[in-house]
Design a protein around this ligand. Structure first.
Ligand SMILES: [Zn+2]
Ligand SMILES: [Zn+2]
Ligand SMILES: [Zn+2]
Length: 522
């Protein structure tokens, strides 16, 4: 067959000038845009804090609520930093059903509710909303909150629509809106019965959930349109050596090059003084923050794999109202290096990975560096445990104090090994695919390993390209044992037929039980 060959040009964002970026991305904005430069100058700002929402819409964007243009939206903070932020305004009634379910079934309510009822919460929460989520300016978002905080009678789950906010604010260029709380209160009075109908509907749906009624069964779904342009483009890019990754890198670099974060970090210096310490009861009762399951999984004797602090050590007094402690346990992947299995020129490639639990302070070191230096190590996938130890001063019941110089060095090293890690995950995916397919066919005809094995060899074998059946079988066995070694299943090694014999019925049963389609409600 013949191929068509094209030149593919992917911009190296890091080496582009501001003017070049402006020409390349006329519908985006960032710290590189002419408008941003002009605004910094006009306001005599000493710094800039520009978020991703701002960078993602054109320079000519205007707030759909107060109708102010971007030049009227920027605001100076007290440190002389120019703030360029936009917010997603949403109807807080959306959270109502989830909160009720959480109160009744706990943090893990999606697993706790009767099977098949998740859909009611999911669709119900959207159905009761008064408006679709939308991007607004920071002042309009704040005006919604201010109107509610100034009137104790407005329900906490009520949010104002764009037109409603517009009717009770008086906008000014480059500063806060004046909020007419009486007018806001009047809108609430008018909308109150409509709001209450929505809550009544939600309560009605919640009753059905509790009773396990009106369920919707989950299936494998229908495969997406396989002949899509994107699918073809994806394949072509994967074939062009390195192009696929290069586009990902260019995209991340563009985000980093567009945003600016002079407003954070500087305001909150970290101290090496230990904060208050939780009691053992408080440690046991902690909900695990953002990662509740890990808090339970890690168990009472857990210590951070990087800084060696225990569960009591990592908790800090929370700054959020209504929360006493903050701190959580996160998964971290470490990589083992070895000689390249395909004898390429690289001295060391990733040959295995391991999952460990680390504390949130260690996990956020790279994020902290990026918050200090927009554009730092955009490709780096993570630091090593050793780097985390060396790059920060850790102590009980407080945030780590990062060492900026060492972090820079570690991040640069992490950036260097990123392609090796990506390549490893690519090899792992190739090894896991036939194992998953074996499972799939075992599910179609439970216990019939001979059928499943035939399907795997027939589908992944390259007989049409001259591979013999025996070579294909060997290759499938090699890939599967690689998958079993690198990403083991609880049930142990995959029972495949070998030249020596067929797998035992028990082995097949255990294997099937391990990967029978588990429904992920999250
Ligand atoms: Zn606005
Ligand atoms: Zn909002
Ligand atoms: Zn740690």
């Amino acid at each position: 067959m013949n191929w068509q060959t094209f030149d593919l040009n992917i911009p190296d964002v890091a080496s582009a000038t501001d003017e070049e970026l402006e020409a390349l991305f006329p519908e985006l904005d960032g710290r590189w845009s002419r408008q941003t430069h002009a605004l910094i100058k006009a306001h005599g700002a000493t710094g800039l804090d520009l978020d991703q929402n701002w960078a993602g819409v054109p320079q000519w964007w205007a707030c759909p609520c107060c109708l102010r243009a971007k030049v009227e939206l920027v605001r100076m903070n007290t440190n002389g930093v120019l703030m360029a932020h936009l917010h997603e305004h949403h109807d807080h009634i959306h959270e109502y059903m989830a909160h009720r379910l959480q109160a009744r079934y706990g943090k893990e309510w999606p697993r706790g509710i009767p099977p098949g009822t998740y859909e009611l919460e999911h669709s119900g929460s959207v159905m009761i909303e008064r408006f679709q989520r939308t991007l607004v300016c920071e002042e309009c978002n704040t005006a919604d909150a201010e109107a509610k905080s100034r009137s104790s009678r407005i329900d906490a789950y009520f949010s104002f629509r764009l037109g409603e906010i517009a009717s009770f604010i008086k906008p000014h260029p480059n500063r806060k809106h004046d909020v007419d709380a009486d007018q806001a209160q009047e809108i609430w009075e008018t909308e109150r019965s409509d709001f209450q109908q929505r809550i009544a509907l939600a309560d009605h749906l919640l009753e059905h959930i509790h009773q396990g009624a009106i369920t919707r069964e989950r299936t494998r779904g229908v495969p997406g349109w396989p002949f899509s342009y994107d699918a073809m483009a994806h394949q072509a890019l994967m074939r062009a050596d390195g192009a696929y990754d290069a586009i990902g890198v260019a995209r991340d670099a563009l985000v980093n090059r567009s945003i600016a974060r002079d407003g954070v970090g500087a305001s909150r210096p970290r101290t090496d003084k230990a904060g208050p310490r939780p009691t053992p009861q408080e440690v046991a009762a902690h909900d695990g923050g953002q990662y509740p399951a890990n808090w339970v999984l890690a168990g009472p004797d857990w210590r951070c794999a990087a800084c060696d602090r225990d569960r009591a050590d990592i908790l800090r007094r929370s700054r959020k109202s209504g929360r006493r402690w903050s701190g959580d346990i996160r998964p971290h992947t470490t990589y083992l290096y070895g000689p390249c299995p395909t004898s390429c020129q690289a001295d060391a490639v990733v040959v295995a990975h391991e999952s460990r639990f680390i504390c949130d302070c260690c996990a956020s070191l790279l994020g902290w560096l990026r918050s200090q230096e927009a554009g730092a190590a955009p490709r780096a996938l993570g630091l090593t445990l050793e780097d985390m130890r060396l790059c920060s001063d850790a102590g009980p019941n407080r945030q780590h104090i990062p060492d900026l110089e060492r972090l820079r060095t570690a991040a640069a090293a992490a950036e260097k090994v990123a392609p090796s890690i990506t390549a490893y995950h690519g090899r792992l995916a190739v090894a896991i695919a036939p194992r998953q397919t074996y499972h799939y066919f075992l599910g179609r005809k439970p216990g019939d390993w001979a059928f499943a094995w035939r399907e795997v060899v027939g589908r992944y074998g390259r007989m049409s390209q001259g591979e013999t059946l025996d070579a294909a079988r060997d290759r499938m066995r090699t890939l599967t044992s690689l998958a079993d070694r690198l990403a083991p299943l609880d049930s142990g090694p995959t029972p495949l037929p070998s030249p020596q014999g067929s797998p035992s019925a028990e082995a097949i049963r255990a294997f099937s039980a391990d990967v029978l389609p588990r429904i992920n409600w999250g």
